[in-house]
Ligand binder design. Structure first.
Ligand code: X5A
Ligand code: ZN
Length: 690
């Protein structure tokens, strides 16, 4: 099942006819540039193209008053002066004679997308539209928005398709107060929005955008607001002279996270200078500002996903504004375009992968276009390029995350369960992103461009444009022959095996690998591993005999590290001895090994979720080892998910046992000082962090 791209050229017709610095950024080129990039990358051609239709009056009436729709209809005949006068009655809005037509197409495009997904014609899709919608209200245009495209689509999904639970994820940098108001007392629509807030000093300056606005009446807990408060540097000093380019400089100059106050602290690699990255000499010498990749991913992991799994949506609508990306004049944020591939990938673990994205804001044409490409790539099932840069959330982001979790905890058990591990004293931070031969796109320019520096930004975006992710065809090699029948046709069924001498050499130290059967399986594992590290295939699945599971994993780890992986994330479930030389290393790995050993006890949907989540950290390079006593279906399920298909829905939320919660809390407590992405509270001491 594919990905729909809904568009209509007519939506480029509306444009600003007079001088208005606030509104001029919402221009037709937003759509044309994004579409051009999609075509240049061959992404548009891989989608099911749908021409947008106009929403009917009745459909607009799902959200808007008849009088408001009639007023808009009347604007088609107005002259420029009259349009300007009418526009002045709203906040940050301009009308054009074609606005009514465009806005009906924008709403219609969202409806068509929902229809295509819910009819099963496609798995997911994106509607490229303007005007945007999330600020518009029942009887008012606002913030460039005329009709509330996503709100209309949500109501339509309920009325026409009988859905009971719709999740709206609004990652635009502005608060979609229009959507919030429409659904604030409605428990059937969960609205999540993060937004630049600055304690109320950022547009639209509303008290109800704060974290303590959680919905009303039966809708209590179904509005989730995550305000970003510290977006601009407290004091914006002029940049000092360029720091000297020192490849041995162990840690960045950015005074953002407390761990940077301890440049001597060894990283998780034990401070070995050979594995610490050389910092790019172009690193910003002034305080880094704006939320970035780490903040966005942390928000998803610690706020959105726990709540969303508990809500168990049947459909995910995304208010996909890209003014939250680097370079955008409105947002001033730092998240790079690849981040949106990761966010999209994370959303696809919900609702059986039924994700409908509708464009909202996004005003830096190149950043917008790249981010749109990344999202479409992820919707198509391609692996996401690894995120670079330090995965350390800002202190202010952690404060925000903490305050939403506190505000929402009364309404969501999953937030109560996770609790807040005690925050320990300052400690070494997770490894810097570093260039790796395996990672593309990557390299020092990437981190350099994580500043608002214009030259660095355009170099980052050029790099993405000129060196897109190599077309590694996602392929899965499978060693269980009988399961092959159930695989998608473009999944590779690998018959190959590593050379016998090589296999024997790796097996020698392990008694468990002496048997022929174990040796044969190992040969296939080693072959798959090499193909993954060579970039010939993206991921692989192999079945291992129960008695050899632990030894095979041990060899796979050693072999992976000796054949080019610098960092390896290993996830072992079931009865598997932990190899002795394995440290807790692993963020930003370039290979993921997941071993489901004897007695792993995972059901297919759980294993699928695990595999889907593990596609993120290493650019999709995952090798899964599955115990032979698992259901034959399990290997197929893993292969499908690693190939880019959606993980099956987990089903209704069930609480973890108290023992499991206890064990998790304890582990988090141990790991949190070292792995900053686990933090859910600011070290400075937010509410409840003591
Ligand atoms: C959809 C969107 C922003 C309006 C900003 C007004 N609207 N200053 O991004
Ligand atoms: Zn916006």
């Amino acid at each position: 099942m594919g990905t729909a791209l809904v568009y209509h050229e007519d939506m480029t017709a509306a444009r600003l006819l007079w001088d208005d610095p606030e509104c001029e950024i919402e221009c037709p080129e937003r759509l044309t540039t994004a579409l051009e990039r999609l075509q240049q990358r061959g992404l548009e051609q891989r989608c099911l193209r749908l021409a947008a239709r106009e929403a009917s009056e009745a459909e607009l009436g799902l959200v808007h008053s008849p009088e408001y729709v009639a007023l808009l209809q009347g604007t088609q005949a107005l002259g420029t002066g009259e349009l300007q006068t009418l526009s002045g009655q709203y906040d940050a809005v301009y009308f054009h004679p074609s606005t009514f037509h465009c806005a009906r197409l924008a709403a219609g495009a969202a409806l068509q997308l929902v229809d295509a997904v819910l009819a099963g014609a496609v798995r997911n899709g994106l509607a490229l539209v303007r005007p945007p919608g999330h600020h518009s209200q029942r009887a008012a245009a606002n913030g460039f928005c005329v009709f509330n495209n996503v709100a209309i689509a949500a109501k339509h999904a309920q009325r026409q398709h009988g859905l009971h639970r719709v999740l709206i994820v609004d990652w635009d940098v502005h608060h979609g107060q229009g959507i919030q108001h429409i659904f604030e007392d409605d428990p059937s629509v969960l609205y999540f929005s993060w937004h630049r807030y600055e304690h109320g000093r950022f547009w639209p300056y509303l008290r109800e955008s704060d974290a303590d606005a959680v919905g009303q009446g039966p809708g209590l807990g179904f509005t989730v607001n995550l305000p970003w408060n510290q977006v601009l540097a407290p004091h914006h000093e002029a940049p000092a002279q360029s720091p000297s380019p020192s490849p041995r400089s162990p840690l960045p100059h950015k005074p953002r996270a407390s761990c940077h106050d301890h440049p001597q602290s060894p990283g998780p690699r034990g401070g070995d200078p050979a594995v610490l990255p050389g910092r790019a000499s172009t690193d910003a010498p002034w305080p880094q500002v704006g939320m970035g990749n780490a903040d966005y991913v942390a928000a998803f992991l610690h706020v959105l996903l726990p709540v969303a799994f508990e809500f168990n949506p049947e459909l995910v609508l995304v208010s996909a504004g890209f003014d939250s990306a680097i370079g955008d004049p409105e947002g001033q944020m730092q998240a790079t375009p690849e981040c949106f591939a990761h966010l999209t990938q994370l959303l696809q673990v919900l609702a059986g992968g039924r994700v409908c994205a509708v464009l909202e804001g996004g005003y830096h044409l190149e950043s917008l276009s790249q981010s749109v490409c990344m999202m479409v790539q992820a919707l198509l099932g391609d692996p996401a390029p690894p995120l670079s840069g330090p995965m350390v959330p800002h202190g202010s982001a952690l404060e925000s995350i903490q305050s939403v979790r506190v505000a929402q905890a009364p309404h969501w058990v999953s937030l109560q369960q996770q609790g807040v591990a005690p925050v320990l004293s300052p400690s070494p931070c997770s490894p810097e992103g570093r260039p790796s031969p395996l990672l593309l796109p990557g390299g020092p320019e990437f981190k350099a461009a994580a500043t608002q520096d214009v030259a660095a930004l355009s170099s980052l975006l050029d790099q993405l444009r000129l060196n897109p992710t190599p077309p590694v065809r996602t392929a899965v090699a499978l060693t269980a022959p009988d399961a092959a029948l159930a695989l998608p046709s473009d999944v590779l069924c690998e018959e190959g095996s590593a050379a016998q001498e090589e296999t024997q050499a790796w097996a020698r130290p392990h008694e468990a690998l002496a048997q022929d059967r174990a040796l044969t399986a190992l040969g296939k594992v080693l072959y798959l591993l090499d193909r993954i590290l060579d970039g010939q295939v993206s991921s692989g699945v192999a079945v291992t005999p129960a008695s050899a599971a632990a030894a095979t994993l041990d060899v796979a780890i050693r072999c992976g590290l000796s054949h080019g992986a610098q960092r390896l994330l290993c996830l072992a479930v079931g009865q598997l001895d932990r190899p002795p030389d394995l440290t807790d290393d692993g963020f930003q790995p370039d290979l993921v090994l997941v071993a489901l050993g004897p007695g792993h006890g995972l059901r297919d949907p759980q294993a699928a979720l695990l595999a889907a989540l593990l596609r993120g950290p290493a650019g999709g390079r995952v090798l899964a080892l599955v115990d032979e006593e698992s259901t034959p279906q399990l290997a197929v399920v893993l292969a499908r998910v690693l190939h880019g298909e959606a993980a099956p829905n987990l089903g209704p939320f069930s609480m973890a046992s108290p023992e499991d919660v206890q064990a998790l809390m304890q582990l988090r407590g141990q790991l949190e000082p070292r792995w900053k992405m686990l933090q859910v509270a600011s070290e400075a001491g937010g509410p409840g962090s003591g």
